[in-house]
Design a protein around this ligand. Structure first.
Ligand SMILES: [Zn+2]
Length: 159
């Protein structure tokens, strides 16, 4: 999936979670956008990879693309670091939700992800799509509709 689909995936997931849990939606969604983009740090051409080229190249060199940063192990490490050093629930939850949304979206693509890294097993849905194609545009539209829906729900709570 492209960066904009992942960013929107983070927004939709963050708003949905804020709606369900009553967590502060702005912090939640902001963290979820970062989480939605973070796993592609393994790819130097990605949005986040271009922002942090050195770290990105290093991770790509060590692990390759869509392996460690697309795994449950990465998710656990991020959750541990956040719980240990940051300790702001909405930030941690937003980041985790965003990363999960990234995994789900990439599992819908042909290459899938190495969810159980260091095991080499590729995980993907039975039906997959091509990145940047028409199907991704449809997914993007669904995510936009979901973002509006949950955004409206969250807003209603505050007015
Ligand atoms: Zn990815």
């Amino acid at each position: 999936m492209t960066g904009k689909t992942h960013a929107l995936g983070g927004i939709a997931a963050g708003l949905a979670y804020a709606h369900m849990t009553g967590q502060p939606p702005v912090i939640m969604t902001g963290a979820a956008i970062v989480g939605g983009l973070l796993p592609d740090i393994c790819h130097s051409g990605s949005k986040i990879g271009r922002k942090l080229p050195l770290i990105s190249k290093l991770i790509n060199l060590i692990f390759g693309h869509r392996t460690f940063t697309h795994s449950l192990l990465f998710l656990i490490i991020i959750a541990f670091i956040m719980n240990r050093f940051i300790q702001i629930e909405a930030l941690t939850a937003g980041l985790i939700i965003g990363i999960l949304s990234h995994y789900v979206l990439d599992m819908a693509t042909r290459n899938g992800i190495k969810l159980f890294f260091p095991l080499g097993l590729t995980v993907k849905f039975p039906l997959t799509i091509r990145t940047g194609g028409l199907a991704e545009n449809i997914i993007f539209s669904i995510l936009a509709a979901a973002s509006f829906y949950f955004g409206f729900q969250v807003l209603q709570f505050y007015i």
